[in-house]
Design a protein around this ligand. Structure first.
Ligand code: NA7
Length: 555
């Protein structure tokens, strides 16, 4: 069967892309989704304590005021069931389900040069073709289970948080080992500890965390959200990270140490990701960052009663927020429970998994269940899991051998009519995702609309533009302190053998939006339309609005 557009994935991105292409452009669209229902990352992430770190009033679509008015969030941060309920509401309102096939995992997508179309195949052998291929596969959807020797011999059960069984896991009375202390592990540990007989947390890298301070939302707050739709929407568009809070304009050095302490204390009480919005220079000036880092480390030492555990938890050696900053509910407090212990893997690394548990260099810890909160093959992983081939059979896996090469994170040279929503090289994971998703989906929709109204068959990134953009992505990252945390999934460092390239665009979503708009307004500069018929425009990193000159990192 042939479609105008084939969309892979039915999360926030895929649903909105379907709506835009079908209902605004009138295209024949099919969505293929590997999961059994809509939700994307929230279909899979059902681990204990799972919750979105963006606040409910911003973690939503903004394309429809009516939709905003209809939806009531129940808590400050939405949990997976509420996000799925929201997306179900969206799907029903815009009648989206009829064009989505579930349980359809795309395994291959090959571009056929002669016909200018994509040929797509699913795991079950289903085949179809499409003029445009849009990947809406999410950035954090390829689970990373580390290859620790002995896992297959383990006598208990093991789970990755990102592929948690939908029926739940009964941890009551169980000895649970949790590997990983990123955002996920920090959310999961306090909840697992409540039911497990004993929880052992295996920490390789200590992490900062700020209390989330989740709470029920009042009817007054929900009314405020309805009444201030325009302002909230505008804020998410003006900030570098797409959240509904603004980043302070002051620098750390603008205030006295006492004032600074009071500001941090107030932010700690408010809770959430906005802690990093307290000063504008936290991510660009190491001395400024040190003040936040010291404050947060002091909090850990004040909360955790056992001095050795407190020291291991506070022994953090990357600047604050240079890895994805977690927020938590009672994470550090959890280590005061009698049934929780911490294993510092820097002092005693894991040697192997045994039939009975985990053996470190010092001892064997017996376990009934191992929880891998070990993250994802981020950003490129979900794309490279599929066999995507562009012109002349060129594999994306080969094109990206040395790291992802994209133009704006939207297109790849030699892969015509392939659009990657929140692809590598776009702000994506450094933002409140739905806002970045909306921007991408709308840009892609406008672009496809332009192609159709101008009788253009194909569009692809020019190699020169992709090279220039890659240089600019580097430049934007280098203008921040994120280069101090090279051991992060932003750099692909969590997956052995993955190229070490800073993947998201750190120049800020508001700046990125402007760059994308300007490029479209200049006739899609840097893109090649109907290759062979048009000339390419050579670009350099300097063409992108001098973003590195006044860094405003989108994190
Ligand atoms: P992250 O942030 O990648 O965290 C994974 C954690 O697992 C982190 O603490 C890792 O330590 C640890 N890890 C990974 N592999 C191992 C091995 N082999 N041994 C011990 N520890 C290991 O993933 P999350 O799921 O927490 O968060 C991902 C994003 O989802 C999050 O940022 C939000 O955007 C939503 P490391 O730091 O690599 O030393």
């Amino acid at each position: 069967m042939h479609f105008d557009a084939l969309v892979i994935g039915a999360g926030f991105a895929g649903l909105y892309q379907l709506h835009c292409l079908r209902d605004r452009l009138g295209l024949r669209v099919r969505v293929l989704e590997a999961g059994g229902d809509i939700g994307g990352t929230w279909y899979w992430n059902r681990y204990p304590g799972a919750r979105c770190d963006s606040e409910s009033h911003a973690y939503r679509y903004f394309f429809s005021r009516e939709l905003n008015d209809e939806w009531q969030s129940s808590e400050r941060y939405p949990g997976p069931p509420e996000i799925r309920a929201y997306l179900n509401h969206v799907a029903a309102k815009f009648d989206l389900r009829r064009d989505i096939r579930f349980g359809a995992r795309v395994t291959a997508a090959h571009f056929e040069d002669a016909a200018n179309r994509w040929r797509i195949e699913t795991e079950s052998g289903e085949k179809c073709s499409a003029t445009y291929l849009v990947t809406a596969v999410g950035c954090l959807s390829a689970a990373n289970v580390p290859a620790i020797e002995g896992l297959s011999d383990f006598g208990g059960k093991w789970y990755h948080t990102g592929e948690w069984p939908h029926e739940g896991v009964d941890l009551a009375g169980k000895r649970v080992g949790q590997i990983g202390t990123g955002s996920t592990g920090i959310q999961a540990a306090p909840v697992i500890a409540q039911s497990a007989a004993h929880l052992t947390v295996f920490q390789r890298t200590a992490n900062y965390s700020v209390p989330a301070r989740n709470a029920p939302l009042t009817p007054e707050f929900n009314r405020w959200v309805r009444e201030n739709y325009d302002e909230i929407r505008e804020t998410t568009r003006q900030t570098p990270n797409g959240h509904a809070f603004r980043i302070s304009r002051r620098n750390v050095a603008d205030v006295t140490p006492e004032e600074r302490q009071a500001i941090y204390e107030a932010a700690w009480e408010t809770g959430g990701l906005q802690f990093r919005a307290t000063f504008r220079d936290l991510l660009i000036d190491k001395a400024a960052n040190d003040t936040a880092a010291d404050f947060l480390k002091a909090r850990i030492r004040a909360i955790v009663k056992d001095p050795a555990t407190a020291e291991a938890l506070a022994d953090i050696n990357h600047p604050y927020s240079t890895k994805r900053p977690p927020i938590d509910t009672d994470y550090f407090e959890t280590f005061n429970r009698p049934n929780v212990s911490l294993v510092d893997l820097r002092a005693e690394p894991i040697e192997r998994i045994t039939p009975k548990g985990i053996r470190t260099s010092n001892r064997e810890i017996e376990l009934d269940v191992i929880v891998f909160a070990t993250g994802f093959d981020a950003m490129t992983g979900p794309l490279l899991k599929m066999d995507i081939r562009g012109r002349a059979g060129r594999a994306l896996r080969d094109a990206w051998k040395a790291g992802p090469e994209t133009y704006l994170g939207l297109q790849v040279p030699d892969f015509p009519n392939l659009f990657t929503v929140t692809g590598p090289g776009s702000p994506s994971v450094l933002t409140n995702m739905p806002v970045a998703i909306e921007q991408h989906v709308e840009w892609i929709t406008d672009c496809i609309g332009h192609l159709r109204s101008h009788g253009i068959e194909t569009i692809e990134a020019s190699p020169e533009a992709a090279r220039a953009w890659g240089a600019h992505v580097d430049e934007a990252a280098n203008a921040t302190l994120m280069t101090h945390a090279k051991h992060s999934w932003y750099y692909g460092a969590n997956v052995p053998g993955k190229p070490r390239v800073f993947m998201p665009y750190a120049g800020g979503l508001q700046r990125y939006r402007k760059i994308c708009e300007d490029i479209a307004a200049r006739g899609y500069e840097g893109f090649v339309m109907d290759r062979g018929r048009t000339a390419t425009v050579a670009l350099t990193a300097g063409d992108f609005a001098g973003a590195a000159a006044s860094p405003s990192p989108g994190v």
